[in-house]
Design a protein around this ligand. Structure first.
Ligand code: HAM
Length: 431
């Protein structure tokens, strides 16, 4: 019987992985320009790391984690996100002693046992950044500008950053009390889920997915109405700094994020083409988290984008296609095959993209293969060519042969030069 992949766990096939590479490369280029350095983190962590950071009453910790007992009884979890792991590493390696501010990025798979649908998987990849060590509004603006520039570089269709402020330890209690009083007065119209968890996690009332519940709580109090003066100033400064760069996120006072560690600045990115799962990314400030995980009282802010959702939302760029081989080597017979292998190895060593066929196949079938992989030239090496110590070139675009046109001992540079010099017929070259 055929063994298939597990529900919610997908293969990324070669055609699609060219797009993934392009997305990752755009991100890496931009992170370098913004002076963020890469950190590579393990996939498995102690379960406690996530329950303490993401929050016991969140959907992720309550029902979506892949948790298992190690052979020694320790409870381990496949990471559902990257921020907690990054902060764990930051504290464990005392990164605050190396630099006043750590600006780090990560790429890799995350795991959440959600109900799979378009854009929602159980293994998905995130590209994330975190800036730890600064609490001023300028770093929020820098992180949001980076996000804005990345969405532009990726040409994400209909990308829109939604912004909110969730307040801080000083202003939250008054807000929480107001929200709880509201929930109490509206208990009869809340959905079952909200009724159950409103005391433990009242903020989640605002982003309930149940339409009726959402509509009947449309006038619920929001954090923006309860911000203390420092939080209000911080929020206004972030927006003013962004506006100077002509970046104007849309205010969304009901956006509260699904993880508990956030305070002050919180944001999400929505995009077109994603269906119900329209968030390509999210992030925000988490000033208490580093201390909560045993580190210094350092503030932090960051975001993560979901790669599978980006793949659905980026406008198809030419650059995201995989590059075809520059030449396709077609040997005829076993003697030619060994020589062709030798040439191919040399050219590849010099950085050329080269594909080679088996010497046992007919020339016709080799040509069909060359056509399939999209190589513009086939270098034919048969008995005549071996005797003449020169390759025959077939120009696949012009459908023209140049018998024994390139010497076997040509350097890679000479080969490239000779191909460029071949007379082109009137046929337009392939895109
Ligand atoms: P998050 O909003 O939970 O935030 O996830 C960020 C992004 O990961 C989502 O917007 C989505 O694109 C993608 N994602 C999440 N779950 C799935 C899934 N089941 N299938 C496909 N894609 C998914 C965080 O994870 C925070 N750690 C972000 C952050 C970084 N906050 C501060 N720093």
């Amino acid at each position: 019987m055929k063994i298939t992949s597990v529900k919610g766990f997908h293969d990324v096939l070669p055609d699609e992985s060219a797009r993934w590479q392009w997305i990752e490369q755009q991100a890496r280029d931009l992170f370098a320009r913004y002076a963020f350095a890469e950190i590579r983190l393990p996939i498995v962590e102690r379960t406690e790391l996530f329950s303490r950071s993401i929050g016991e009453t969140t959907d992720i910790v309550e029902k979506e984690m892949y948790t298992f007992a190690d052979r020694d009884g320790a409870s381990l979890t496949l990471r559902p996100e990257g921020t907690a792991s990054l902060v764990r590493a930051y504290v464990e390696h005392a990164l605050h002693q190396h630099a006043a501010v750590s600006k780090l990025f990560y790429l890799g798979p995350m795991f959440r046992r959600e109900r799979p649908q378009k854009g929602r998987l159980r293994q998905f990849a995130q590209i994330g950044v975190e800036a730890i060590g600064r609490e001023d509004a300028a770093i929020d603006a820098e992180v949001l500008l980076l996000l804005h520039d990345l969405l532009a570089a990726l040409r994400v269709r209909g990308a829109q950053i939604e912004l909110n402020s969730l307040g801080c330890a000083a202003c939250r209690p008054a807000y929480r009390a107001a929200l709880l009083a509201y929930a109490e007065a509206h208990r009869a119209v809340l959905c079952e889920n909200c009724g159950r968890r409103v005391e433990r996690n009242p903020l989640r009332l605002l982003d309930c997915k149940d339409r009726a519940c959402r509509e009947s709580t449309a006038d619920a109090p929001v954090t923006l109405e309860y911000l203390c003066v420092p939080c209000r100033t911080h929020f206004d400064t972030v927006r003013a700094l962004l506006a100077r760069e002509d970046v104007r996120p849309r205010l969304n006072p009901r956006m509260v994020r699904g993880l508990d560690y956030y305070c002050r600045t919180a944001f999400e990115v929505v995009a077109e083409g994603l269906g119900a799962q329209n968030a390509v990314g999210g992030g925000g400030r988490y000033d208490g988290l580093i201390k909560e995980l045993g580190g210094p009282d350092s503030p932090g802010i960051g975001f993560a984008l979901g790669v599978e959702r980006l793949v659905l939302a980026v406008a198809e760029p030419d650059a995201a296609r995989s590059s075809p081989p520059e030449v396709f080597v077609a040997p005829m017979g076993s003697a030619a095959e060994a020589e062709a292998m030798h040439l191919t190895h040399r050219w590849r060593g010099d950085g050329m993209r080269v594909e080679i066929a088996s010497g046992g196949r007919s020339l016709k079938s080799q040509m069909r293969l060359a056509d399939k992989v999209g190589s513009p030239y086939v270098l034919i090496l048969g008995e005549d060519e071996l005797a003449a110590c020169a390759l025959t070139v077939r120009d696949m675009v012009a459908k023209q042969d140049f018998p024994r046109a390139i010497g076997l001992s040509s350097s890679t540079a000479a080969l490239r030069e000779a191909l460029a010099q071949l007379p082109r017929s009137t046929v337009e070259p392939r895109a």
